[in-house]
Design a protein around this ligand. Structure first.
Ligand SMILES: Nc1ncnc2c1ncn2[C@@H]1O[C@H](COP(=O)(O)OP(=O)(O)OP(=O)(O)O)[C@@H](O)[C@H]1O
Ligand SMILES: [Mg+2]
Length: 314
């Protein structure tokens, strides 16, 4: 028997529907269930052929256990080791290498000293920062946002230098980036599964939360659709994500990648809508079953070398 396990956080529709969908496929020797795990003994596998991890980024216990699972031969989606590359600044730099358009972005030093550091720890930093240069590169309005994270936490639009300084002053020891504002004519969120299946979903970030997937954008031209698909797959292959959501703002017919570090994307039925929910359920069920039935050789999906040399798509 090959077991597929799901580890999850506060969400409450996707994991149960996915377990039902996989079990409903009635594949010989395959079952899916919610993971149960307690004190983890080193060197002892938990008995899963494949695991979908929806919470390890927030719970070090799970993340640490999942790294051992990879070592012991379990297929874990998304790869827990890949978390090392998870930051929005690195992601943008990689996107540039892959030929994907991204907003002009500057990484700023922490406003306050990080824990256990003081001014002696900061002697390599330029002070004051070359603000004029930064402002002329990024322009206003701009976005001040955390280098890591989701749920629009610590994402601020700033309109002028004074506004930026006031906002930056409140960011404490968080690591922030200042980013060019992209004025867009349409906006899309894309699921990407298994680094090949892409679902482009019209999205309107200016709507209320539950209405964001109800956007009335004009139909995509074939060329734009093709470009979004290409960029989506290139980013997921480069970043090593088997499941991700990527956001593109369309400006002058060009998709600008705004946020593509969502390795635990929204999959709640009520938020994404019935059709998108069904799509992600089917694709994830197929991917997990295929990884459980035919595990790819170890290492074949870990492409650090490709990542650092600008992407050699698998
Ligand atoms: N450079 C930008 N230009 C235009 N709009 C932006 C830009 N950066 C962020 N936004 C707006 O702010 C929203 C949140 O930003 P971002 O996606 O980076 O944060 P997040 O916390 O990762 O959000 P999510 O939970 O949706 O993944 C975006 O959906 C977009 O509407
Ligand atoms: Mg995000």
């Amino acid at each position: 028997m090959r077991k597929i396990g799901i580890v999850f956080g506060q969400e409450d529709t996707f994991q149960w529907a996915l377990i039902d969908r996989i079990n409903g496929m009635q594949r010989p020797g395959i079952t899916a269930e919610a993971v149960k795990i307690g004190g983890v003994v080193q060197g002892r596998p938990a008995g899963y052929a494949a695991i979908l991890d929806r919470i390890g980024h927030d719970v070090p216990f799970y993340r640490t256990w999942l790294k051992q699972e990879v070592l012991l031969g379990t297929q874990v989606i998304n790869d827990p080791f890949w978390g090392l590359a998870d930051d929005k600044f690195f992601n943008n730099a990689l996107a540039l290498k892959l030929g994907v358009a991204v907003p002009r972005t500057v990484l700023l030093p922490h406003k306050d000293h990080p824990p256990r550091t003081n001014e002696r720890s900061m002697r390599n930093l330029t002070y004051p920062l070359p603000w004029d240069e930064i402002f002329s590169y990024v322009g206003f309005p701009a976005w001040l946002k955390q280098y890591y994270g989701g749920g629009w936490a610590n994402v601020y639009q700033v309109h002028n230098p004074q506004h930026l300084f006031e906002t930056y002053d409140k960011t404490g020891d968080q690591l922030m980036m200042l980013q060019e504002h992209v004025e867009f004519s349409a906006y899309y969120r894309c699921y990407c599964v298994g680094r090949e299946h892409v679902r482009i979903m019209p999205y309107e970030p200016r709507n209320e939360f539950l209405q964001r997937y109800q956007a009335n954008h004009p139909p995509l031209t074939p060329a734009l659709e093709e470009r979004i698909r290409r960029d989506t797959v290139a980013l997921c292959r480069g970043l090593g994500y088997d499941l991700n959501t990527l956001e593109f703002a369309i400006r002058d017919g060009v998709p600008i990648a705004i946020d593509f570090m969502n390795p635990v994307p929204d999959c709640e039925r009520r938020w994404v809508g019935e059709e998108n929910f069904e799509w992600i359920l089917d694709r994830m069920a197929e991917l997990l079953v295929s990884r459980a039935e035919n595990p790819p050789p170890r290492g074949s999906f870990r492409t650090w070398e490709a990542l650092l040399t600008g992407g050699r798509p698998l």
